[in-house]
Design a binder for this molecule. Sequence first.
Ligand SMILES: CC(C)(COP(=O)(O)OP(=O)(O)OC[C@H]1O[C@@H](n2cnc3c(N)ncnc32)[C@H](O)[C@@H]1OP(=O)(O)O)[C@@H](O)C(=O)NCCC(=O)NCCS
Length: 306
Amino acid sequence: MPSSFHPRSVVSALAATTSVASSTLRQRFPGLSLISAGQLPLAALAALFEAAFSGYVVPVRQNAALLAARVRSEQIDLEHSRIALRDGVPCALCLLARRGDTMRIAAMGVVPAARGAGLGRLLLDEAIAVAREQRAARLLLEVIASNGVARRLYERAGFRARRRLFGWTREPFTPQAEVALRRTHCIELARALGADHTLEWPWQLAPASVASGFAWMSTYAIDDKAYAWIDDRARDRLSLGHLFVAPHVRGAGHARRLLVTLQAHYPGRAWTIPPLVPEELGSAVLGALGFARGALEQVEMELALA
Ligand SMILES: CC(C)(COP(=O)(O)OP(=O)(O)OC[C@H]1O[C@@H](n2cnc3c(N)ncnc32)[C@H](O)[C@@H]1OP(=O)(O)O)[C@@H](O)C(=O)NCCC(=O)NCCS
């Protein structure tokens, strides 16, 4: 467990904050209090995050710098996010993000020793109460499809599946063709995405996420027609965050040309796409471009609050 995980000195001075009736909290969970995540130093919050996701479907590494980047790109609202303390020690978290009238559970986790005692449900009820207080119209989240405990928890609280999100992979290939690639800034891609009203992007692919996105992402374009948003930090692979073609020039081979030219630029690298691509978007195009579905699948869920 990370050494910064027991910030007792910090925590002892913190004021309890809760939307759940405090008498309910005292009766059902003696020794438990809820505080705003904004009251913890970011390094302590990151340490709790990592501990709360131990044994997760995929390994989760977290530190203050990574978490700060997520807070920025996902618009996580630390003030309205909650930490559970048991006898003053952080043991669970629920991070809430906000854009307009939509809020999203950006992370939810309970440290292994405290799981199965009702804390997850308590934090979820608290998040729903906070979202209502904040007059959000709906609450969104994504959950890995094979995470049965979390899915059932969300379903019992009233969340309904909206759509499935898939990841994709592709072996390296030998490039066949070239076009002139333009290196650009993520803000141009964000604008192009924002101008396409045909689709509501998953949270992490939405224009707001791209515009305030991670500094390590690179954006390439063919004219103002096609864009790729990639993470090229790994030596053996490229992680593709977006492959976007403006609606009026779709079906003209731009996605394929962009992919082929990028492969020539980064020879020998395999491709991965994180499990964020809506089913209705990816299947035809990515299949035609030689990608295969990855093993991980997410479910995007929604709770209407209005
Ligand atoms: C998912 C998670 C947050 C749930 O928190 P928790 O405190 O263990 O959950 P609770 O004790 O409130 O239980 C919620 C429900 O799940 C059930 N449950 C809990 N653990 C279970 C398990 N191991 N097997 C089967 N059911 C389980 C409970 O019985 C309860 O059902 P009920 O409402 O019908 O009584 C927690 O397991 C966790 O942190 N997992 C790792 C991180 C993670 O997966 N986060 C979700 C990301 S989307």
